[in-house]
Design a binder for this molecule. Structure first.
Ligand code: FAD
Length: 477
């Protein structure tokens, strides 16, 4: 289910192994995140030579960090290279997936009434996929245009007064772009983010030629980027005190970048650094210093026909409202109805906060694997690296099923439980537990999105599928 990095990569592994598959994709084209987030300035925070599949290297990325258009084109090229298009059923929005124990088969139903069956289901529906739009009184009566950053109308370049709600990763990419063209941009901030420089640059012709020609050079660059990013995990998950060094550097830069002391005071984050996502930009602070940009920190009270009204009574005129308010990350597979053994519902099992074994397997849901599932998100490195670890694990599970002639595998509840007790223990010493509210946490306060360790440790731990940790049902006869 899904044709973003997760679904496309999984399909390549299945195709190479000769295992028949179908990709069910609710949209009309592939690409996931990089299809949906086509707002002005959209791009990646991890250099492209790392934020790409290890098995499908693009040899000539034009610059260090890929833009949305470049990454989408890359995914389309991978799908073409591996002949995946004929395997994708577009417009199939999986509404319900249910396991029939007697036949060991999953039935999948779409919102449009279509059906599909499978022995094994791999969910690659993404974590940052369903837009979170705050419920604000009066939005229905707003006379202008409004949309979420992940639903940006194609080609739309708002010119009048534009309100941007939110100061997360998307907002800091959008605001500098809008500021160049719009009459006025009003940015509504609830909490100030830590924004650090993005070491982006164009690759010179010589670099591109050398990287295109020499595979080992590309692999060396990929490894170097990986190590540089992975080293940051130390401050996130091992010794959060190290963040104080980065925070001191941040404050020094903020003093240099924002001359106006009043504006600077409002841009000083209140949370410990790293507790929420650290953002990368070279033009965000400069944009906020422009005459046609204003920063509003008073809470939004309501929306009128032509303005946003804040709690201090001020009216901020708006022709367009952009909600850069992120995604319902901790809801995981919702609103899909996933029904496992004995009629068990995944939504009910995950009510207090989602959890799985390595983020992939859930007790009670045989032959069901989740990519980019609970506790597999990162604050410091490439999600594609995590996804590839997961694809390899799923393949090992499938090979074990073939080898041992199994009709189903289902993680043992005690194995899942032990794993999560350890995981939550590790979570306690991370920077995400230093006392801030963020999309890394479920409403219950449990950290359900992030992996509290090194990515190489995750890869090592998932490099073996151990049948002893699963309930195994053999083929009849
Ligand atoms: C704006 C933005 C910037 C990001 N930047 C970075 C970054 O710099 N570095 C990084 O590592 N990660 C980044 N991420 C995270 C990014 O989501 C992952 O890196 C990666 O793209 C996830 O791929 P995926 O295939 O798991 O999910 P997605 O790309 O979200 O794809 C999920 C797919 O599943 C489909 N789908 C969902 N539900 C259903 C259903 N019920 N039935 C059928 N199909 C369904 C969707 O339509 C979609 O095509 C960013 C995310 C966003 C939103």
């Amino acid at each position: 289910m899904g044709s973003g990095f997760g679904g496309i990569g999984m399909a390549v592994y299945l195709r190479r192994a000769g295992i028949p598959f179908v990709i069910l994709e609710k949209a009309a084209s592939l690409g996931g995140t990089w299809r949906d987030n086509a707002y002005p300035g959209a791009g990646c925070d991890v250099p492209s030579y790392l934020y790409s599949f290890s098995f499908a290297a693009r040899t000539n990325w034009p610059r260090a960090f890929g833009s949305q258009a470049e990454i989408l084109a890359y995914l389309q090229a991978v799908a073409r290279e591996f002949g995946l298009e004929p395997h994708i059923r577009y417009g199939f929005d999986v509404k319900r997936a249910s396991f029939d124990e007697s036949r060991s088969r999953w039935s999948l139903e779409s919102a449009g009434g279509e059906a599909e069956e499978a022995d094994v289901v791999v969910s690659a529906c993404g974590l940052l996929h369903r837009p979170a739009i705050p419920s604000i009184a009066g939005l229905d009566g707003f006379a202008g245009t409004w949309f979420h950053s992940a639903r940006w109308p194609r080609g739309e370049r708002p010119e009048g007064c534009v309100a941007v709600v939110g100061t997360g990763a998307s907002a800091i990419q959008i605001v500098p772009e809008l500021a160049r063209e719009a009459e006025h941009v009003t940015l509504f901030q609830r909490s100030a983010p830590y924004v650090i420089p993005k070491p982006d640059r164009v690759h010179s012709t010589r670099e591109r030629t050398a990287l295109a020609r020499f595979g080992p050079l590309r692999r060396l660059l990929r490894a170097a980027i990986y190590l540089k990013y992975e080293a940051r995990a130390l401050a996130f998950v091992v010794a959060p005190e190290l963040m104080n060094l980065y925070a001191a550097d941040f404050r020094r830069r903020l003093r240099t970048n924002v001359a106006d002391p009043h504006l600077r005071a409002r841009l000083q984050p209140n949370d410990p650094m790293g507790c929420k996502r650290i953002l990368l930009s070279n033009d965000y602070y400069a944009a906020l210093g422009r005459e046609n940009v204003s920063l509003v920190t008073a809470p939004i009270e309501r929306i009128d026909r032509d303005a946003i009204v804040t709690a201090d009574g001020a009216r901020h005129r708006a022709d367009t409202i952009v909600f850069a308010t992120g995604f319902t990350a901790t809801d995981f597979l919702a609103p899909m109805e996933v029904v496992g053994r004995d009629g068990r519902r995944l939504a009910a099992v995950w009510q207090g906060g989602a959890e799985a074994y390595f983020g992939m397997s859930v007790a009670g849901f045989p032959n069901f694997f989740v990519l980019y599932g609970p506790n597999t998100n990162l604050g410091h490195n490439s999600i594609v690296y995590m996804l590839e670890s997961q694809m390899r694990y799923v393949m090992r599970a499938l090979f074990a099923m073939q080898r041992l002639r199994l009709r189903s595998v289902e993680v043992l509840p005690q194995v899942q439980e032990r794993f999560n007790v350890r995981l939550q223990r590790a979570m306690r010493r991370t920077v995400w537990e230093r006392g801030c509210a963020s999309w890394y946490k479920a409403p219950s306060g449990k950290g359900t999105t992030n992996w509290p360790g090194f990515t190489f440790a995750y890869r090592r731990a998932t490099s073996r599928f151990d049948p002893a940790r699963y309930r195994l049902d053999s083929m009849a006869g």
